[in-house]
Design a protein around this ligand. Structure first.
Ligand code: BYC
Length: 317
């Protein structure tokens, strides 16, 4: 017991000094579990996040838009893979993580349970969802667990391209016909509040924040990041000439921040619990992908076994 306390103190001292924790280093069990939870949920979000956008690849309005969207969706797959690999360094397998997603044990971001109804939604997702993701993830490039922090560096570079492609879609629509501008406004109306929810519950309702800040997993709280997102995004909406659907959104000179209205937390928890507009559809799509990929996994294993056997025979000769 004494020994554990000593190890924990040493561990906290390393974190306080700003040292990175690496896979073979001693770490408290809860630190390991928190990382498995967060990194795997982050990976699942990247993979599930491909679905609402993939929905528009065949219907992108031009070849240029199609190529851009294809590249973005492929990037999300890459992000999922780096993150699953980072989580595997903590002693969980990719199969176990997949099972946790498919059985509802592991969460993924609430935002991907909303439908993409028009092409403007692809613009709004790039602008708002990737914009929110960057704000959260730039913080994570300095997170205390080495493999996670390193994965985040590349992910953030790609997310910044995603955000720009989304904003450029919005800009084009807002400079277009009345109908196109109305489509952009409608997408903003539907994606604004769910984007604010991406940052997670209010700090006072966030059970994980205090410990995660102490371990420098999180360097800023959910509310701090949400405020930063509003401060950055409100002027961008003004530039587009469309209106954020919040009558209480107002610059507060004294605070040096935008004030904003109340988030519907009941909606957030309903979506997190599986009752959002597309939760069932998203999990069904991932379950199909898992089942349809079975033969590929089996073929890869059979091939690896055959190769290993061939090496054994060669060594025996
Ligand atoms: N949706 O104590 P809290 C992207 C859960 S971007 C669903 O504050 P924590 C992408 C939370 O897991 C999106 N669940 O938790 C972008 C916890 O439940 P459990 C992914 C949520 O972990 C564009 C409970 O609520 N980004 O991938 O300290 C295209 C209490 O919350 C949500 C990341 O995953 C939510 N929005 O803070 C494609 C970033 N919010 O686990 C893809 C990494 C909270 O105890 N993750 N919950 O059962 C994080 O930074 C943190 O995990 C969070 C939550 C800020 C999200």
């Amino acid at each position: 017991m004494e020994n554990i306390h000593y190890l924990e103190e040493q561990f906290q001292a390393r974190i306080d000094k700003g040292e990175r924790i690496e896979p073979r280093d001693w770490m408290p069990e809860k630190y390991r579990k928190t990382h498995i939870r967060q990194i795997s949920q982050h990976a699942h979000s990247e993979i599930v996040g491909m679905l609402p956008e993939g929905n528009w690849i065949t219907r992108a309005p031009s070849l240029r838009r199609k190529v851009g969207l294809l590249a973005k969706v492929q990037d999300e797959a890459g992000h999922g893979l780096y993150l699953y690999s980072a989580a595997e360094t903590l002693g969980i397998s990719r199969d176990e993580m997949t099972m946790q997603l498919l059985t509802g044990k592991a969460k993924y971001s609430s935002i991907f349970n909303y439908p993409t109804l028009s092409w403007a939604d692809i613009g709004a997702i790039g602008w708002l969802v990737d914009g929110a993701a960057i704000i959260n993830q730039v913080m994570l490039t300095r997170t205390s667990y080495g493999p996670y922090a390193r994965a985040m560096v590349r992910i953030c570079k790609e997310e910044s391209f995603h955000q720009r492609q989304g904003y450029e879609i919005m800009l084009t629509l807002c400079k277009g016909s009345e109908a196109q501008k109305a489509m952009a406004q409608d997408a903003l109306n539907r994606f604004w509040w769910p984007s604010l929810m991406m940052f997670g519950p209010r700090d006072e309702d966030s059970p994980n924040t205090a410990q995660s800040v102490k371990w420098k997993i999180k360097r800023q709280t959910n509310d701090e990041l949400r405020q930063r997102f509003v401060d950055i995004t409100a002027p961008q909406a003004d530039y587009l000439g469309i209106t954020i659907p919040d009558p209480d959104l107002k610059w507060n000179e004294e605070r040096g921040h935008y004030d904003f209205g109340k988030i519907d937390w009941e909606e957030f928890w309903q979506v997190v619990k599986g009752n959002g507009p597309c939760n069932k559809e998203r999990i069904a799509a991932r379950t199909d992908a898992w089942e349809e990929g079975k033969w590929v996994r089996e073929a890869a294993l059979a091939y690896a076994a055959k190769q290993a056997q061939a090496v054994e025979v060669k060594q025996a000769v």
